[in-house]
Design a protein around this ligand. Structure first.
Ligand SMILES: [Zn+2]
Ligand SMILES: [Zn+2]
Length: 137
């Protein structure tokens, strides 16, 4: 499907053709801070090459629990996050559903790090919830 989105001020726009396999709500502390809520949504992966952007965003890099380097892209002007990368999957990006033009294009399948959800943003009952990351096979 065609996916497009952008930041609040419109400087950083992105577009791609992709069928994201992985659509989650993450309640880890990093995503809480990043998401401006009790969690952040992620959808992907999309090949970085397949993603066209209006300009290079600013990146913030940190290390996840897993030891992997995680980078989040945001607009240098308005600060809104647009996508991210995980060292575990080089060359791929994960989109931020909060930045989508059509928010309904996001269909979360599960909640991860649900054990860290704050009381005011409980994981929804209709989705499977994993205390941490689900086992990867
Ligand atoms: Zn912006
Ligand atoms: Zn997270």
């Amino acid at each position: 499907m065609r996916i497009s989105g952008g930041c609040l001020c419109g400087e950083v726009r992105f577009e791609c053709e992709a069928d994201p396999q992985f659509q989650i709500r993450c309640y880890c502390a990093d995503c809480r801070k990043l998401g401006g809520a009790g969690h952040a949504g992620w959808m992907g992966p999309v090949a970085a090459d397949a993603l066209s952007t209006s300009r290079e965003p600013q990146w913030f890099v940190s290390r996840a629990d897993s030891g992997n380097e995680v980078a989040r892209a945001f607009c240098p002007t308005c600060g809104v996050g647009v996508f991210g990368r995980n060292g575990m999957m080089p060359g791929m990006v994960f989109l931020r559903p909060s930045a989508l033009d059509d928010p309904e294009a996001f269909a979360p399948q599960m909640s991860v790090y649900a054990s860290r959800a704050p009381s005011w943003d409980a994981p929804p009952d209709h989705l499977p919830a994993f205390p941490q990351m689900p086992p990867m096979s």
